[in-house]
Design a protein. Sequence first.
Length: 232
Amino acid sequence: MMTAPIDPAKDKLIDAILPHVAFDGWAPVAFNAAVAEVGLDPAHAKTLCPRGAVDLAVAYHQRGDGAMVAALKQADMSDMRFRDKVAHALRLRIRAIDDKEAVRRGTALFALPHMAPDGTKLIWGTADAIWDALGDTSRDINWYTKRMTLSGVYGSVVLYWLGDDSLDGQATDAFIDRRIDDVMQFEKVKAQVKQNPLLKPVTGPLSRMLGAIKAPTKVPPVDLPGMWRDQT
């Protein structure tokens, strides 16, 4: 899931709204305060963020994804096992969060029934960004299962981290390792089932059916004057 660079004015609004989010949440009153502090024309602000604070909450999450990807590109992971690379990416994503209360408030926002699709899309986007950064080349059903599994892992990591008061987040680090171990164990069992000759009458046709599923074609962000495309 690719996102275009955040508009500089929207980036300023994100920084301006964060202190207000701690008290008011991702709410209209916080958005209006941020707009006033930045000195942005309200009509322009509405154009940038049609849903107000909600759109800033989305942009804040995506900014964290961008920071994580940038950190991954700078990291030397040549000696890491693949499971450790995934764990490292999750740790970098958590470290990219500069306001814990903003995430806490965002978690509450995107847990609302009418906001759940947005929250699910954001978590999926984080998982997608991690797999892309780690060089995933799968184009079949595995493209979906990898992101679905990692979405579940990242979602649980965030919830655990929100309640973690251990020194330097050591408890969250250990939790990440446990969750990755669970995933690797699941993948091992899945491979054993697939290779079991007694299950071939079932797994064979199923594999052929799933083989017809292809990953979506990713369209690069368009950032040209007069052109707009929803990349979220």
